[in-house]
Design a protein around this ligand. Structure first.
Ligand code: ZN
Ligand code: ZN
Length: 394
């Protein structure tokens, strides 16, 4: 059966523009930290309620809010994710909507994501009669601590969902441009601890001890051979041991050394392999040298990997909005993003929305962070076009 033509994407009207700016500024002025997004969730839930969404659930995976909008035509089920949290920074920008909360700031642009998702929900809820399938909005807590995506998924937010989509505004990409990576978007980010145990003693009687410092030194060096010998030269990997702590005095053999490190890679299988091997190599070396080693995986997100077919549909949608020349490639970013969990579970796409402000360049996670609000209507239009495309039953 031939599917009916797709609903058209309209330019945001004055009302939509007003909503985008109002949502963005109100949320920007009242940022909250990870898993503490109480007022943010309340703001979102109130607006969704006013739209008459088909189903809304609060408190999902912490402070998350989930809402469904059902179209009146057959189609797929698409999940749109927007993250809600700010960061522990004090904003320096002199704007009327500056953060009212000392020490908390929307320094990653999640307020932009929220404004776009809220306005998308309004747009789609008014067009149910022509909408194919169902759109589920997942307003997610705690992206910055990589803690919010998984609890939402564990709570069932992906049940019945065919495809997922999310965006990140990017201050180093010019406003008006969009990046839709065909595959790799961002790296995995794992933090781990190795506790190397020996037996302490007198610095002048090493033969009566098991020196944890000597073991740790071997482990630090050996872990770099995982990068050079067990990862393809074509696959970027970083293993950094950023912290080494042990011992108490120059003439005492340390009985314990604690190493802390991070692993970054773009490849899910390689990530699993290396996490296992970091533990094994440390254990093997420590055991050979009469000590022991405990591996602790402190936190981690998988790499953010797009489904190439879905990314291609989103790219087409973006081209329809900003034109071919403004959909630009970008090297994968070594930062982590917990939308990766959604992409592990369902085919989908995460894209970057250019929002570089005029003047001096700014980077995310700094007190000077700013965003060009002209990216808001562009983000809304690209998101609308992409969601309508992904809903299509083909
Ligand atoms: Zn961030
Ligand atoms: Zn972010």
């Amino acid at each position: 059966m031939a599917s009916k033509p797709r609903p058209a994407v309209h330019e945001p009207d004055a009302a939509a523009m007003q909503h985008l700016i109002t949502h963005r500024r109100e949320l920007h002025a009242a940022p909250e930290l990870s898993f503490k997004e109480i007022e943010t969730a309340h703001y979102i839930a109130e607006r969704l309620d006013a739209l008459g969404v088909d189903k809304m659930t609060k408190g999902v995976g912490g402070t998350g809010v989930v809402a469904d909008i059902r179209g009146e035509r057959p189609g797929r089920a698409v999940l749109v994710r927007a993250d809600m949290d700010g960061l522990p920074l004090t904003e320096t920008a002199d704007v009327p909507f500056r953060s009212r909360r000392a020490g908390v700031m929307h320094a990653c642009g999640h307020d932009v994501h929220l404004a776009i998702a809220l306005e998308l929900a309004r747009t789609l809820s008014q067009r149910r009669h022509e909408l194919p399938g169902m759109v589920r909005f997942a307003f997610q807590p705690a992206e910055e601590q990589a803690g919010g995506a998984k609890p939402m998924i564990d709570a069932g937010v992906l049940e019945g969902i065919d495809r997922v989509i999310g965006l990140h505004v990017w201050s180093q990409l010019p406003t008006g441009q969009v990046t839709v990576p065909p595959r790799v978007v961002m790296a995995s980010a794992d933090m781990f601890t190795l506790i190397i145990r020996g037996r302490g003693g007198h610095g002048a009687q090493p033969h009566l001890t098991v020196d944890a410092v000597v073991i740790a030194a071997e482990v630090v060096t050996a872990l770099q051979t995982l990068v050079s010998r067990e990862a393809s030269p074509m696959a970027p990997v970083v293993i950094t041991l950023g912290s080494v702590h042990g011992g108490s005095a120059a003439n005492i053999v340390a009985g314990e050394v604690v190493l802390q490190g991070t692993l970054r890679t773009f490849d899910a299988a390689l990530r699993r392999h290396l996490l296992e091997r970091i533990a094994q190599v440390a254990e093997g070396i420590a055991g050979t040298m009469r000590g022991s080693s405990d591996f602790r995986h402190d936190s981690g997100t998988p790499p953010t990997i797009n489904d190439p077919a879905i990314a291609s549909l989103v790219s087409e949608a973006a081209i329809g909005v900003v034109g071919k020349d403004a959909v630009v490639p970008m090297e994968p970013l070594m930062v982590g993003e917990d939308f990766a969990y959604f992409l592990e579970a369902r085919p989908g796409c995460f894209f970057l929305l250019g929002g570089a402000p005029e003047g001096a360049p700014v980077v995310h996670h700094t007190p000077e962070f700013r965003i060009d609000e002209r990216c808001l209507p562009i983000g809304l239009q690209v998101m609308t076009a992409a969601v309508l495309r992904l809903l299509q039953p083909d």
